[in-house]
Ligand binder design. Structure first.
Ligand SMILES: Cc1cc2nc3c(=O)[nH]c(=O)nc-3n(C[C@H](O)[C@H](O)[C@H](O)COP(=O)(O)OP(=O)(O)OC[C@H]3O[C@@H](n4cnc5c(N)ncnc54)[C@H](O)[C@@H]3O)c2cc1C
Length: 422
Protein backbone atom coordinates (compact mmCIF):
# COMPACT_ATOMS: atom_id res chain seq x y z
CA UNK A 1 0.00 0.00 0.00
CA UNK A 2 1.43 3.42 -0.94
CA UNK A 3 2.00 5.81 1.97
CA UNK A 4 1.32 9.52 1.64
CA UNK A 5 4.15 11.99 2.33
CA UNK A 6 4.46 12.71 6.06
CA UNK A 7 3.91 16.35 7.05
CA UNK A 8 7.04 17.85 8.63
CA UNK A 9 5.38 18.57 11.98
CA UNK A 10 4.60 14.88 12.44
CA UNK A 11 8.30 13.99 12.10
CA UNK A 12 9.51 16.44 14.72
CA UNK A 13 8.44 15.40 18.21
CA UNK A 14 8.57 17.15 21.58
CA UNK A 15 11.57 16.79 23.86
CA UNK A 16 11.48 13.38 25.55
CA UNK A 17 12.38 12.87 29.20
CA UNK A 18 13.58 9.29 28.76
CA UNK A 19 14.72 6.95 25.95
CA UNK A 20 12.03 5.54 23.67
CA UNK A 21 10.45 2.29 24.86
CA UNK A 22 10.32 -0.58 22.36
CA UNK A 23 7.45 -3.04 22.24
CA UNK A 24 5.72 -5.32 19.71
CA UNK A 25 2.28 -3.79 20.03
CA UNK A 26 1.33 -0.43 21.53
CA UNK A 27 -2.32 -0.16 22.54
CA UNK A 28 -3.83 3.25 23.31
CA UNK A 29 -6.74 3.18 25.76
CA UNK A 30 -7.40 0.73 28.60
CA UNK A 31 -11.16 0.45 28.18
CA UNK A 32 -12.79 -2.96 27.66
CA UNK A 33 -11.44 -3.26 24.08
CA UNK A 34 -7.84 -2.20 24.69
CA UNK A 35 -7.54 -4.03 28.00
CA UNK A 36 -8.89 -7.29 26.60
CA UNK A 37 -6.60 -7.14 23.56
CA UNK A 38 -3.56 -6.35 25.72
CA UNK A 39 -4.33 -9.30 27.98
CA UNK A 40 -4.87 -11.71 25.08
CA UNK A 41 -1.63 -10.69 23.36
CA UNK A 42 0.40 -10.81 26.59
CA UNK A 43 -0.93 -14.31 27.32
CA UNK A 44 0.24 -15.33 23.86
CA UNK A 45 3.74 -14.07 24.64
CA UNK A 46 3.53 -10.87 22.56
CA UNK A 47 5.18 -7.82 24.14
CA UNK A 48 2.46 -5.25 24.61
CA UNK A 49 2.39 -1.75 26.10
CA UNK A 50 -1.02 -0.42 27.08
CA UNK A 51 -1.32 3.36 27.56
CA UNK A 52 -4.18 4.86 29.55
CA UNK A 53 -4.74 8.58 29.98
CA UNK A 54 -6.48 8.34 33.37
CA UNK A 55 -4.83 7.55 36.68
CA UNK A 56 -7.32 4.78 37.51
CA UNK A 57 -10.36 3.00 36.12
CA UNK A 58 -12.80 4.70 38.46
CA UNK A 59 -14.43 7.41 36.39
CA UNK A 60 -17.69 8.42 34.76
CA UNK A 61 -20.35 5.78 34.17
CA UNK A 62 -19.94 4.03 30.83
CA UNK A 63 -22.05 0.93 31.29
CA UNK A 64 -21.55 -2.14 33.39
CA UNK A 65 -22.98 -4.89 31.21
CA UNK A 66 -21.11 -8.11 30.44
CA UNK A 67 -23.03 -10.10 27.86
CA UNK A 68 -23.03 -13.92 27.53
CA UNK A 69 -20.56 -13.56 24.65
CA UNK A 70 -17.96 -11.88 26.89
CA UNK A 71 -18.58 -14.38 29.70
CA UNK A 72 -18.02 -17.29 27.28
CA UNK A 73 -14.74 -15.71 26.12
CA UNK A 74 -13.61 -15.24 29.72
CA UNK A 75 -14.61 -18.81 30.45
CA UNK A 76 -12.40 -20.02 27.63
CA UNK A 77 -9.57 -18.00 29.20
CA UNK A 78 -10.28 -19.71 32.54
CA UNK A 79 -11.36 -16.43 34.17
CA UNK A 80 -15.16 -16.58 34.33
CA UNK A 81 -15.38 -18.39 37.64
CA UNK A 82 -13.13 -15.90 39.41
CA UNK A 83 -14.95 -12.97 37.85
CA UNK A 84 -18.22 -14.33 39.23
CA UNK A 85 -16.77 -14.18 42.72
CA UNK A 86 -16.90 -10.36 42.53
CA UNK A 87 -20.16 -8.82 43.78
CA UNK A 88 -22.47 -8.52 40.77
CA UNK A 89 -26.03 -9.08 39.69
CA UNK A 90 -27.64 -10.72 36.73
CA UNK A 91 -30.38 -9.67 34.37
CA UNK A 92 -32.31 -12.10 32.25
CA UNK A 93 -33.93 -9.68 29.84
CA UNK A 94 -35.81 -6.40 29.50
CA UNK A 95 -39.43 -5.76 30.46
CA UNK A 96 -41.24 -2.79 28.95
CA UNK A 97 -44.07 -1.21 30.89
CA UNK A 98 -46.56 1.50 30.13
CA UNK A 99 -49.99 2.32 31.56
CA UNK A 100 -50.19 -1.06 33.25
CA UNK A 101 -49.22 -2.94 30.07
CA UNK A 102 -46.12 -5.08 30.37
CA UNK A 103 -44.09 -6.83 27.65
CA UNK A 104 -41.03 -9.03 28.19
CA UNK A 105 -39.77 -9.89 24.70
CA UNK A 106 -36.40 -11.40 25.63
CA UNK A 107 -35.49 -14.18 28.01
CA UNK A 108 -31.81 -15.14 27.97
CA UNK A 109 -32.61 -18.27 30.00
CA UNK A 110 -33.78 -20.00 26.84
CA UNK A 111 -30.38 -19.59 25.15
CA UNK A 112 -27.94 -22.50 24.94
CA UNK A 113 -25.07 -21.02 26.93
CA UNK A 114 -23.42 -21.56 30.29
CA UNK A 115 -24.15 -17.88 31.03
CA UNK A 116 -27.79 -17.15 30.12
CA UNK A 117 -27.78 -13.62 31.54
CA UNK A 118 -26.14 -10.23 31.37
CA UNK A 119 -23.78 -9.82 34.30
CA UNK A 120 -23.90 -6.35 35.82
CA UNK A 121 -20.47 -5.57 37.20
CA UNK A 122 -19.08 -2.04 37.67
CA UNK A 123 -16.77 -1.42 34.69
CA UNK A 124 -14.07 -0.26 37.12
CA UNK A 125 -14.04 -3.69 38.75
CA UNK A 126 -14.02 -5.46 35.38
CA UNK A 127 -11.03 -3.43 34.14
CA UNK A 128 -9.16 -3.81 37.44
CA UNK A 129 -9.75 -7.56 37.23
CA UNK A 130 -8.33 -7.78 33.69
CA UNK A 131 -5.40 -5.48 34.55
CA UNK A 132 -4.49 -7.65 37.56
CA UNK A 133 -4.62 -10.69 35.30
CA UNK A 134 -2.44 -8.98 32.68
CA UNK A 135 0.21 -8.08 35.24
CA UNK A 136 0.86 -11.79 35.75
CA UNK A 137 2.52 -11.87 32.32
CA UNK A 138 6.03 -10.44 31.85
CA UNK A 139 5.09 -9.26 28.36
CA UNK A 140 2.26 -7.03 29.68
CA UNK A 141 3.08 -3.42 30.47
CA UNK A 142 0.40 -0.97 31.58
CA UNK A 143 1.16 2.76 31.83
CA UNK A 144 -1.45 4.89 33.59
CA UNK A 145 -1.56 8.71 33.24
CA UNK A 146 -0.19 8.23 29.72
CA UNK A 147 -2.06 10.64 27.49
CA UNK A 148 -1.26 9.93 23.85
CA UNK A 149 -0.95 13.11 21.82
CA UNK A 150 1.08 12.20 18.75
CA UNK A 151 1.68 9.37 16.31
CA UNK A 152 5.22 8.60 15.20
CA UNK A 153 5.10 8.24 11.44
CA UNK A 154 7.62 7.49 8.74
CA UNK A 155 7.30 6.69 5.06
CA UNK A 156 6.60 3.07 6.13
CA UNK A 157 3.58 4.03 8.20
CA UNK A 158 2.86 4.48 11.91
CA UNK A 159 5.75 3.38 14.14
CA UNK A 160 4.42 4.19 17.59
CA UNK A 161 3.13 7.08 19.70
CA UNK A 162 4.22 9.90 21.96
CA UNK A 163 2.42 10.36 25.23
CA UNK A 164 2.50 12.83 28.07
CA UNK A 165 2.75 11.79 31.71
CA UNK A 166 2.85 14.22 34.64
CA UNK A 167 6.65 14.26 34.24
CA UNK A 168 6.76 15.07 30.50
CA UNK A 169 6.78 13.44 27.06
CA UNK A 170 7.65 9.78 26.36
CA UNK A 171 7.82 7.67 23.25
CA UNK A 172 6.72 4.10 22.59
CA UNK A 173 7.95 2.57 19.34
CA UNK A 174 6.17 -0.47 17.95
CA UNK A 175 5.57 -2.13 14.58
CA UNK A 176 1.84 -2.03 15.39
CA UNK A 177 -0.20 0.63 17.19
CA UNK A 178 -3.82 -0.03 18.13
CA UNK A 179 -6.19 2.85 18.84
CA UNK A 180 -8.70 1.63 21.43
CA UNK A 181 -9.22 5.08 22.90
CA UNK A 182 -12.97 5.31 22.71
CA UNK A 183 -15.64 7.47 21.14
CA UNK A 184 -13.52 10.67 21.08
CA UNK A 185 -10.43 8.80 19.84
CA UNK A 186 -7.31 10.92 19.49
CA UNK A 187 -5.61 8.16 17.52
CA UNK A 188 -8.47 8.08 15.01
CA UNK A 189 -8.24 11.84 14.61
CA UNK A 190 -4.43 11.81 14.23
CA UNK A 191 -4.70 9.03 11.66
CA UNK A 192 -7.20 11.09 9.68
CA UNK A 193 -9.99 8.48 9.82
CA UNK A 194 -13.37 10.16 9.42
CA UNK A 195 -16.30 8.47 11.14
CA UNK A 196 -19.58 8.53 9.24
CA UNK A 197 -22.21 9.82 11.63
CA UNK A 198 -25.85 8.87 12.01
CA UNK A 199 -27.70 10.96 14.57
CA UNK A 200 -30.52 9.06 16.21
CA UNK A 201 -32.99 11.40 17.83
CA UNK A 202 -32.35 11.02 21.53
CA UNK A 203 -30.37 12.10 24.56
CA UNK A 204 -30.10 10.28 27.88
CA UNK A 205 -29.68 11.56 31.41
CA UNK A 206 -27.98 8.96 33.62
CA UNK A 207 -28.39 9.06 37.39
CA UNK A 208 -28.80 6.86 40.43
CA UNK A 209 -31.64 6.58 42.90
CA UNK A 210 -31.24 4.87 46.27
CA UNK A 211 -32.63 1.44 47.04
CA UNK A 212 -35.08 1.98 49.89
CA UNK A 213 -36.27 -0.52 52.50
CA UNK A 214 -39.10 -2.54 50.99
CA UNK A 215 -37.82 -2.30 47.40
CA UNK A 216 -37.96 -5.67 45.71
CA UNK A 217 -34.96 -6.75 43.68
CA UNK A 218 -35.43 -7.21 39.96
CA UNK A 219 -33.51 -9.44 37.58
CA UNK A 220 -34.85 -7.63 34.51
CA UNK A 221 -34.10 -4.25 32.95
CA UNK A 222 -37.29 -2.27 33.23
CA UNK A 223 -38.31 0.12 30.48
CA UNK A 224 -41.13 2.51 31.40
CA UNK A 225 -42.81 4.77 28.85
CA UNK A 226 -44.96 7.84 29.26
CA UNK A 227 -45.29 11.56 28.57
CA UNK A 228 -42.90 11.43 25.66
CA UNK A 229 -40.17 10.02 27.89
CA UNK A 230 -38.62 6.63 28.41
CA UNK A 231 -37.15 5.40 31.66
CA UNK A 232 -34.65 2.51 31.68
CA UNK A 233 -34.19 1.05 35.16
CA UNK A 234 -31.38 -1.29 36.22
CA UNK A 235 -31.33 -2.83 39.68
CA UNK A 236 -27.77 -2.44 41.06
CA UNK A 237 -28.62 -4.06 44.42
CA UNK A 238 -27.80 -1.04 46.60
CA UNK A 239 -29.08 1.55 44.13
CA UNK A 240 -31.16 1.92 40.96
CA UNK A 241 -29.33 3.02 37.82
CA UNK A 242 -31.68 5.09 35.71
CA UNK A 243 -31.54 6.26 32.10
CA UNK A 244 -34.05 9.04 31.33
CA UNK A 245 -34.46 9.21 27.56
CA UNK A 246 -35.85 12.17 25.65
CA UNK A 247 -35.72 13.61 22.11
CA UNK A 248 -32.40 15.02 21.02
CA UNK A 249 -31.95 18.73 21.66
CA UNK A 250 -34.44 18.95 24.57
CA UNK A 251 -31.89 18.98 27.38
CA UNK A 252 -32.11 22.75 27.96
CA UNK A 253 -35.90 22.45 28.04
CA UNK A 254 -35.70 19.64 30.64
CA UNK A 255 -33.30 21.72 32.75
CA UNK A 256 -35.15 24.98 32.54
CA UNK A 257 -38.37 23.24 33.64
CA UNK A 258 -36.52 22.66 36.92
CA UNK A 259 -35.67 19.72 39.14
CA UNK A 260 -39.15 19.51 40.61
CA UNK A 261 -40.67 19.01 37.13
CA UNK A 262 -37.95 16.46 36.36
CA UNK A 263 -38.71 14.48 39.54
CA UNK A 264 -42.44 14.65 38.79
CA UNK A 265 -41.98 13.33 35.28
CA UNK A 266 -39.98 10.36 36.61
CA UNK A 267 -42.74 9.53 39.08
CA UNK A 268 -45.38 9.83 36.36
CA UNK A 269 -43.66 6.98 34.52
CA UNK A 270 -42.69 5.01 37.62
CA UNK A 271 -44.97 5.85 40.56
CA UNK A 272 -42.98 3.49 42.83
CA UNK A 273 -40.14 6.04 42.76
CA UNK A 274 -42.16 8.78 44.51
CA UNK A 275 -39.96 8.63 47.61
CA UNK A 276 -36.71 7.78 45.79
CA UNK A 277 -36.67 10.92 43.62
CA UNK A 278 -36.27 13.09 46.73
CA UNK A 279 -32.61 12.05 46.58
CA UNK A 280 -32.24 14.02 43.33
CA UNK A 281 -31.20 17.46 44.58
CA UNK A 282 -28.66 18.75 42.04
CA UNK A 283 -28.35 18.51 38.27
CA UNK A 284 -24.75 17.41 38.66
CA UNK A 285 -26.10 14.08 39.98
CA UNK A 286 -27.09 13.43 36.35
CA UNK A 287 -24.74 13.03 33.41
CA UNK A 288 -25.90 13.70 29.88
CA UNK A 289 -25.20 11.15 27.18
CA UNK A 290 -25.73 12.48 23.73
CA UNK A 291 -26.72 9.41 21.74
CA UNK A 292 -24.71 8.96 18.62
CA UNK A 293 -23.70 6.16 16.41
CA UNK A 294 -20.90 6.28 13.87
CA UNK A 295 -18.48 4.09 11.98
CA UNK A 296 -15.14 4.68 10.29
CA UNK A 297 -15.03 3.62 6.66
CA UNK A 298 -11.41 2.48 7.08
CA UNK A 299 -10.08 1.13 10.37
CA UNK A 300 -6.39 0.75 9.50
CA UNK A 301 -3.35 2.00 7.69
CA UNK A 302 0.22 0.66 7.69
CA UNK A 303 1.24 0.14 11.33
CA UNK A 304 -2.11 1.21 12.78
CA UNK A 305 -5.55 -0.25 13.55
CA UNK A 306 -8.51 1.19 15.46
CA UNK A 307 -11.01 -1.00 17.35
CA UNK A 308 -14.00 -0.62 19.68
CA UNK A 309 -15.65 2.78 19.99
CA UNK A 310 -12.67 4.35 18.19
CA UNK A 311 -13.74 2.46 15.05
CA UNK A 312 -17.52 2.51 15.65
CA UNK A 313 -19.57 4.25 18.32
CA UNK A 314 -22.58 2.05 19.04
CA UNK A 315 -25.94 3.47 20.10
CA UNK A 316 -26.84 2.55 23.71
CA UNK A 317 -29.90 0.62 22.48
CA UNK A 318 -29.36 -2.94 23.72
CA UNK A 319 -26.18 -1.90 25.57
CA UNK A 320 -23.86 -3.68 23.13
CA UNK A 321 -20.88 -1.25 23.05
CA UNK A 322 -18.75 -3.18 25.55
CA UNK A 323 -19.64 -6.48 23.89
CA UNK A 324 -18.61 -5.15 20.49
CA UNK A 325 -15.35 -3.63 21.77
CA UNK A 326 -14.41 -6.96 23.41
CA UNK A 327 -15.36 -8.90 20.29
CA UNK A 328 -13.16 -6.60 18.19
CA UNK A 329 -10.31 -7.32 20.61
CA UNK A 330 -10.81 -11.07 20.33
CA UNK A 331 -10.86 -10.97 16.52
CA UNK A 332 -7.77 -8.72 16.51
CA UNK A 333 -5.98 -11.22 18.79
CA UNK A 334 -7.10 -14.17 16.63
CA UNK A 335 -5.80 -12.52 13.46
CA UNK A 336 -2.73 -10.65 14.69
CA UNK A 337 -1.07 -12.87 17.31
CA UNK A 338 0.93 -14.93 14.82
CA UNK A 339 2.03 -11.97 12.66
CA UNK A 340 3.05 -10.11 15.83
CA UNK A 341 5.01 -13.12 17.09
CA UNK A 342 6.80 -13.28 13.71
CA UNK A 343 7.35 -9.52 13.71
CA UNK A 344 5.57 -9.15 10.35
CA UNK A 345 2.15 -7.54 10.47
CA UNK A 346 0.94 -6.85 6.95
CA UNK A 347 -1.69 -4.33 5.98
CA UNK A 348 -3.73 -7.33 4.76
CA UNK A 349 -3.83 -8.64 8.35
CA UNK A 350 -5.23 -5.34 9.58
CA UNK A 351 -7.75 -5.34 6.74
CA UNK A 352 -8.80 -8.84 7.80
CA UNK A 353 -9.74 -7.57 11.27
CA UNK A 354 -11.94 -4.89 9.72
CA UNK A 355 -13.38 -7.41 7.26
CA UNK A 356 -14.49 -9.75 10.07
CA UNK A 357 -15.85 -7.01 12.32
CA UNK A 358 -17.29 -4.44 9.97
CA UNK A 359 -20.37 -6.26 8.79
CA UNK A 360 -21.55 -7.37 12.25
CA UNK A 361 -21.11 -3.73 13.28
CA UNK A 362 -23.07 -2.43 10.29
CA UNK A 363 -25.90 -4.91 10.84
CA UNK A 364 -26.10 -4.13 14.57
CA UNK A 365 -26.08 -0.38 13.93
CA UNK A 366 -28.86 -0.83 11.38
CA UNK A 367 -30.92 -2.81 13.92
CA UNK A 368 -30.31 -0.18 16.59
CA UNK A 369 -31.18 2.61 14.22
CA UNK A 370 -34.43 0.90 13.20
CA UNK A 371 -35.36 0.31 16.85
CA UNK A 372 -34.65 3.92 17.72
CA UNK A 373 -36.41 5.56 14.85
CA UNK A 374 -39.42 3.22 14.59
CA UNK A 375 -40.18 2.32 18.18
CA UNK A 376 -38.50 4.58 20.72
CA UNK A 377 -38.60 7.74 18.64
CA UNK A 378 -42.30 7.31 17.87
CA UNK A 379 -43.06 6.95 21.58
CA UNK A 380 -40.94 10.01 22.38
CA UNK A 381 -42.10 12.25 19.59
CA UNK A 382 -45.80 11.53 19.74
CA UNK A 383 -45.81 11.97 23.52
CA UNK A 384 -47.47 8.59 23.43
CA UNK A 385 -47.30 5.51 25.54
CA UNK A 386 -46.07 2.08 24.58
CA UNK A 387 -48.25 0.11 22.19
CA UNK A 388 -46.96 -3.27 21.13
CA UNK A 389 -48.51 -4.22 17.77
CA UNK A 390 -50.32 -7.58 17.90
CA UNK A 391 -48.05 -8.92 15.16
CA UNK A 392 -44.98 -8.30 17.33
CA UNK A 393 -46.58 -10.03 20.30
CA UNK A 394 -47.54 -12.91 17.99
CA UNK A 395 -44.02 -13.26 16.53
CA UNK A 396 -42.54 -13.37 20.02
CA UNK A 397 -44.74 -16.40 20.77
CA UNK A 398 -43.31 -18.51 17.93
CA UNK A 399 -40.52 -20.62 19.43
CA UNK A 400 -38.24 -20.57 16.38
CA UNK A 401 -38.42 -16.77 16.09
CA UNK A 402 -38.82 -15.57 19.65
CA UNK A 403 -35.22 -16.23 20.68
CA UNK A 404 -33.54 -14.56 17.68
CA UNK A 405 -33.42 -11.09 19.34
CA UNK A 406 -32.07 -12.63 22.56
CA UNK A 407 -29.33 -14.41 20.59
CA UNK A 408 -28.38 -11.24 18.72
CA UNK A 409 -28.26 -9.26 21.95
CA UNK A 410 -26.29 -11.94 23.78
CA UNK A 411 -23.70 -12.75 21.12
CA UNK A 412 -23.86 -9.94 18.58
CA UNK A 413 -24.68 -10.49 14.94
CA UNK A 414 -21.74 -12.88 14.60
CA UNK A 415 -20.63 -15.14 17.44
CA UNK A 416 -16.93 -14.53 18.09
CA UNK A 417 -14.77 -17.33 19.42
CA UNK A 418 -11.31 -17.08 20.87
CA UNK A 419 -9.01 -19.24 18.76
CA UNK A 420 -6.21 -19.91 21.19
CA UNK A 421 -7.09 -19.86 24.86
CA UNK A 422 -3.49 -19.54 25.99
C1 LIG B 1 -23.17 6.92 29.65
C2 LIG B 1 -22.82 5.68 28.88
C3 LIG B 1 -23.46 4.49 29.18
C4 LIG B 1 -23.14 3.34 28.48
N1 LIG B 1 -23.78 2.16 28.82
C5 LIG B 1 -23.41 1.02 28.20
C6 LIG B 1 -23.97 -0.23 28.61
O1 LIG B 1 -24.80 -0.31 29.51
N2 LIG B 1 -23.54 -1.35 27.98
C7 LIG B 1 -22.61 -1.30 26.97
O2 LIG B 1 -22.26 -2.35 26.42
N3 LIG B 1 -22.08 -0.14 26.57
C8 LIG B 1 -22.44 1.02 27.17
N4 LIG B 1 -21.87 2.19 26.79
C9 LIG B 1 -20.89 2.19 25.70
C10 LIG B 1 -19.58 1.60 26.20
O3 LIG B 1 -19.12 2.34 27.33
C11 LIG B 1 -18.55 1.66 25.09
O4 LIG B 1 -19.09 1.13 23.90
C12 LIG B 1 -17.33 0.82 25.46
O5 LIG B 1 -16.80 1.29 26.69
C13 LIG B 1 -16.30 0.91 24.36
O6 LIG B 1 -15.11 0.35 24.80
P1 LIG B 1 -13.72 0.83 24.23
O7 LIG B 1 -12.69 0.00 24.92
O8 LIG B 1 -13.74 0.84 22.76
O9 LIG B 1 -13.60 2.38 24.65
P2 LIG B 1 -13.70 3.07 26.07
O10 LIG B 1 -14.38 2.21 27.06
O11 LIG B 1 -14.23 4.43 25.82
O12 LIG B 1 -12.18 3.17 26.53
C14 LIG B 1 -11.29 4.06 25.93
C15 LIG B 1 -10.15 4.31 26.90
O13 LIG B 1 -9.17 5.10 26.24
C16 LIG B 1 -8.70 6.08 27.14
N5 LIG B 1 -8.19 7.20 26.33
C17 LIG B 1 -8.88 8.09 25.61
N6 LIG B 1 -8.06 8.94 24.99
C18 LIG B 1 -6.79 8.57 25.32
C19 LIG B 1 -5.50 9.05 24.98
N7 LIG B 1 -5.33 10.11 24.18
N8 LIG B 1 -4.40 8.44 25.50
C20 LIG B 1 -4.55 7.36 26.31
N9 LIG B 1 -5.76 6.84 26.67
C21 LIG B 1 -6.87 7.44 26.17
C22 LIG B 1 -9.93 6.45 27.96
O14 LIG B 1 -9.56 7.04 29.18
C23 LIG B 1 -10.57 5.08 28.13
O15 LIG B 1 -10.12 4.42 29.27
C24 LIG B 1 -22.18 3.37 27.46
C25 LIG B 1 -21.53 4.56 27.14
C26 LIG B 1 -21.84 5.71 27.85
C27 LIG B 1 -21.11 6.99 27.51
Amino acid sequence: MATAAIPQEKLAGPELIDPAQETSCCIVGAGPGGMMLALLLARAGVKVTLLEAHKDFDREFRGDTLHPSILEILDRMGLAERLHQLPHNKIYGPTFQSSGVSFSPIDFRRLKTKFPYIMLLPQTKFLEFLAAEGKKYPTFRLRMVANVGQLIESEHGVEGVRYRSTAGWHEVRAPLTIGADGRFSKVRQLAGFEPVKTSPPMDILWFQLPHLPGDEHSDRVMGGFGNGRLLAVFDRIDYWQIGYVFPKGQYQQVRSAGLEAFRKSIVEIEPDFAKHVEALREWHQCSLLSVESSRCLVWYKPGLLVIGDAAHVMSPVGGVGINYAVQDAVVAANVLTEPLRNGRVRVEDLAEVQRQREWPTRVMQAIQSAMQTRMIASVLQTQGTLRIPWIVRFLFKIPILRDVPARVLAFGVRRVRLQAAD
